[in-house]
Design a protein around this ligand. Structure first.
Ligand code: HEC
Ligand code: HEC
Length: 456
């Protein structure tokens, strides 16, 4: 710890040199200040933040860089042009975090990410060895919303994963630093509550942790690919290490200001795993019964009918959705193969048979019933009715050698060679299924300040 402190001290003094000196015999003296993390928290060792507190003697005349005047004993606001606390004779120093985020990030009073209530019927969890801590998720929140993570400071994770869309995107293709994405951005709500540990539509990320720095290293999305003239992830790390609020935040979470890819991954994954939505009509009903199959007292007859259709297998007269999107988490069966949606956004002649993952089916629609963006990896379905029609009649796309067996309708399929399942749902059944899917939406996820943009 001592080492880390002196490194930080030395670094901040260096950044201060242009305007102030850190030597004892000169006008401004800097001392270290330490904040200890809230003790109620989370099992992280003993994290703390160390930052510099610089004091100018009364009557000290500044160097003209002050935003308001050149006299010391001002209000302590950002008065030396470098964003660090200094030049303040009254002990009311502001850290870079305070200067940047006001009260939105308060290390002495962290928001609760680690101990949110989880219903007792929710059992799936893909966390391995990176439990959510309030400190880690707070750092993750800043990283998630920070456009500095992109090569030209224009794109944050949150540019494509928007709270208003359950952390997906209303746009079909999301804007990155160098064009638009080739697939639709996935909703991230309830990403934690699943058995599947692989992420992305095609599951190419082995863990959520691995996933989180892949968009940063994607040429189109955030641009630190390290290829074709792009800077690489190490350039980003150097860039962020020079940002005062990251010096404070990384010190707070990890005990020293060093940034590594793994530290960023852990913090981002903690923040994402904290996105939880259990205030839906489904949850209100599920809490009153012993299992998913029992009729929910708070449901209409139509919603209960839709629930039964969702859960029952096709050979029982149901639609078989539960086989892959498993209530009550509505996570994807890790063994699922593709669902015959094999289109490629930028190439109508190509097929993509690799998509075997779906986000949780919770919060497909927002609290006003609108879809949170187009559905499927290629955004090809834009209503719940279209989704149900898709599964009602599966015509196997030529070349699709990765269609899930459950959608083949048994054997070659009742529709004959080349055809998959025929659910033969009536209009009434389709409407019931759509009504049920709407009950999986909550409202808190869109409004809760703990997941909101701290830079606003
Ligand atoms: C330019 C838009 C864009 C940006 C920026 C972006 N994403 Fe994504 N995100 C997407 C798209 C598109 C997908 C699906 C891509 C695929 O599967 O090939 C995705 C998928 C994901 C997934 C997988 C979800 C799942 O259920 O498998 C996670 C997690 C994620 N993004 C997190 C992040 C994080 C963290 C950042 C910032 C470091 C970020 N994204 C930045 C567009 C974006
Ligand atoms: C064999 C497994 C399987 C079955 C059965 C299945 N799905 Fe899917 N579902 C998937 C896969 C895989 C995806 C991702 C497909 C893609 O984007 O190409 C998906 C995607 C979806 C999506 C889009 C999610 C999003 O965020 O864009 C919805 C909605 C959906 N399924 C609803 C249903 C309903 C309703 C049923 C029952 C009628 C059903 N599914 C049956 C595997 C299945």
């Amino acid at each position: 710890m001592k080492n880390a402190k002196s490194i930080l001290f030395g670094f901040l003094c260096m950044t201060l040199l242009s305007t102030f000196s850190c030597k004892d015999d000169q006008e401004v003296s800097c001392t270290e200040k330490t904040w200890y993390q809230d003790a109620d928290n989370d099992g992280l060792g003993n994290p703390l933040v160390t930052f510099l507190s610089c004091e100018a003697p009364v009557g000290y005349v500044g160097n003209g860089n002050d935003s308001d005047d050149s006299i010391a004993n001002d209000d302590g606001h950002n008065n030396n042009g470098n964003g660090n606390n200094n030049g303040n004779g009254n002990g009311n120093n502001l850290s870079a975090i305070e200067q940047t985020f006001g009260g939105k990030i308060d290390l002495t009073n962290l928001l609760n990410y680690a101990n949110q209530p989880i219903p007792n019927y929710i059992n799936k969890d893909n966390t391995t060895n990176n439990d959510i801590t309030n400190a880690g998720a707070t750092l993750g929140r800043v990283l998630f919303y920070d456009k500095k993570l992109s090569v030209n400071n224009t794109i944050a994770c949150a540019s494509c994963h928007k709270q208003a869309f359950a952390f997906g995107d209303g746009q079909l293709q999301s804007d990155g630093v160098a064009g638009v994405t080739g697939r639709h951005a996935m909703r991230l709500v309830n990403a934690r509550f699943a058995n599947e540990r692989h992420f992305f539509w095609d599951e190419r990320a082995n863990t959520l942790e691995d996933q989180t720095t892949m968009p940063i290293q994607n040429h189109v999305e955030m641009g630190f690919s390290g290829q074709d003239g792009d800077p690489g992830i190490n350039d980003l790390i150097i860039k962020l290490e020079a940002v005062p609020y990251y010096q404070e935040l990384f010190s707070f979470v990890y005990g020293d200001p060093n940034i590594t890819e793994q530290r960023m991954q852990d913090a981002l994954a903690q923040f994402i795993r904290s996105f939880q939505s259990f205030d839906s009509k489904f949850d209100q009903g599920r809490a009153q019964v012993n299992n998913n199959n029992a009729p929910f007292p708070n449901y209409t007859a139509q919603e209960n009918m839709g629930k039964t259709l969702f859960i029952q297998a096709p050979n029982q007269g149901g639609a078989g959705c539960q086989g892959c999107h498993r209530a009550p988490e509505f996570d994807i069966d890790p063994n699922s193969r593709n669902n015959n949606i094999v289109g490629v956004l930028d190439d109508p002649t190509a097929i993509d048979v690799t998509v075997t993952r779906s986000p949780s089916l919770r919060d497909l629609t927002n609290s006003t019933g609108q879809l949170n963006g187009p559905l499927m990896h290629n955004g090809s379905l834009t209503t719940l009715q279209a989704v149900i029609d898709h599964y009602n009649t599966i015509n196997i796309v030529p070349g699709n050698n990765n269609l899930d067996n459950r959608l083949r309708g048994g054997g070659g399929g009742p529709g004959g060679p080349g055809n998959g399942q025929r659910l033969n749902l009536t209009t009434q059944e389709k409407d019931a299924l759509a009504a049920f899917l709407q009950t999986l939406s909550g409202s808190n996820i869109y409004a809760d300040v703990r997941w909101s943009d701290p830079f606003l």
